[in-house]
Design a protein around this ligand. Structure first.
Ligand code: SF4
Length: 408
């Protein structure tokens, strides 16, 4: 790729670019037929947070989906999850013009669209200029590389964590030491001191929200709660544990889940299918097709790492443990998925193989083997939920119809 630089770093201009792009491409309202109050609440919180990132005096940190954001929030940065931003945008419009931009700049089409989408948005100068860019290697190292390239585009400081694969005392200390070094680097970049008390309140908010989140998961195991699995996924994707607003959001979702669980209409009755892999927007035809017949349970929000509380006394250690748990480690993921399948009484698995996703390619054989061992029906579909050029509904529909016939 030729040397690319963002020339106009004015956030007002970038905001205008983003709004114009959304307006130009919007094919349907972003929010429609919302059954849960919490969904609307999440939408308002997100809009406010994201619009705030374009203000000239905001401090913005580019992060990824599983970055330990508590560290960033301790310095009052707005976390800009670059991958999720691309997804959010794709839900409201046609991203072809941005994919074309990536191709014009020699980005290979074989790279997943979760990376090409944000790449295109940066090339079109729609993202707010970051103050810092931080990366770990999760969910994959490609995201770290994209952030490294972003740091070149914007000429912004870039810090990277290396998360080990195995969990033991040495690997946890190794990561904790990196966190401490990162805190020092952020202090010298931002000119803001790391305040222990500020960090403790971030950890407290993180745990409060997580406590509600875990209670929702527990209820959901027993009851068919429409929309709840999806909301858990969205909250996981926001990666905003540590903010006061996330506590309010999780509290609100818990009270809605509790209310539904007390309603006999929601006692569990439908067959459950676990959706493994990246998830299209709620109104996507594949989800509509499946939801007519089965209850879809989303896999990622139920991972062990997402149900983990932080240790108030040694928060960095427990954040390190959680970070390692997020790795796509085959043996741990196999055990975690078996546990989810048993607790949710899963009868079928849909493996959504995203175009260009190396993680899904790597994990799919293990998932198929595990499903066969546990006598769970398993279907692999090849899709691209952002770039429609890589996906045909008719082909996938035939396979889903056949899968449902076997399952029901
Ligand atoms: S390769 Fe897969 S896990 Fe990595 S950014 Fe792309 S979609 Fe996400």
């Amino acid at each position: 790729m030729r040397e690319f630089k963002i020339i106009n770093k004015d956030r007002d201009v970038q905001y205008k670019n983003m709004m114009e792009a959304i307006g130009r491409n919007a094919s349907k309202p972003v929010v429609e037929n919302i059954p849960l109050k919490s969904t609307r609440m999440r939408s308002i919180i997100n809009s406010h947070r994201l619009a705030g990132a374009y203000k000239s005096n905001s401090k913005v940190a580019y992060i990824g989906e599983q970055f330990p954001t508590e560290i960033i929030f301790a310095f009052d940065y707005i976390a800009w999850n670059i991958e999720s931003m691309g997804i959010l945008f794709s839900q409201s419009g046609d991203v072809n013009e941005f994919f074309n931009l990536t191709q014009e700049n020699s980005i290979s089409r074989d790279i997943c669209s979760f990376l090409r989408g944000p790449f295109g948005l940066m090339l079109a100068n729609c993202y707010p200029t970051p103050d810092i860019i931080v990366a770990n290697d999760q969910p994959c190292d490609c995201l770290g590389k994209l952030k490294f390239m972003a740091s070149k585009f914007y000429e912004t400081p870039f810090y990277k964590l290396n998360t080990p694969n195995n969990i033991n005392d040495d690997s946890i200390s190794y990561l904790v030491n990196q966190f401490k070094r990162l805190l020092g680097q952020i202090e010298s970049t931002s000119g803001i001191d790391f305040e222990e008390d500020n960090f403790r309140s971030v950890v407290m908010y993180s745990n409060k929200a997580r406590d509600y989140y875990c209670k929702i998961v527990q209820l959901h195991r027993k009851y068919n709660l429409p929309g709840i699995s999806r909301e858990l996924h969205e909250i996981f994707g926001m990666n905003c544990f540590g903010l006061k607003e996330t506590v309010q959001l999780c509290k609100s979702l818990y009270s809605e889940a509790l209310e539904m669980s007390n309603n006999p209409d929601y006692s569990k009755k439908e067959k459950r299918v676990l959706w493994v892999g990246q998830i299209p927007e709620d109104s996507h035809e594949l989800l509509q097709l499946l939801e007519k017949e089965v209850e879809i349970i989303y896999w990622a929000p139920l991972w062990e790492a997402n149900l983990m509380m932080l240790d108030d006394d040694e928060p960095l250690k427990s954040i390190a443990r959680r970070a390692i748990l997020y790795h796509w480690h085959l043996e741990r993921m196999r055990e975690d998925t078996i546990d989810i399948c048993e607790k949710f009484e899963i009868e079928g698995i849909v493996l959504a193989n995203m175009w260009g996703c190396r993680n899904m390619m790597g994990i799919s054989p293990m998932m198929r083997e595990m499903a066969a061992t546990k006598d769970i029906k398993c279907l692999t579909i090849n899709i691209d939920i952002i770039d429609r050029n890589n996906y045909s509904f008719t082909n996938v529909k035939n396979r889903i119809d056949a899968f449902l016939e076997i399952l029901l």
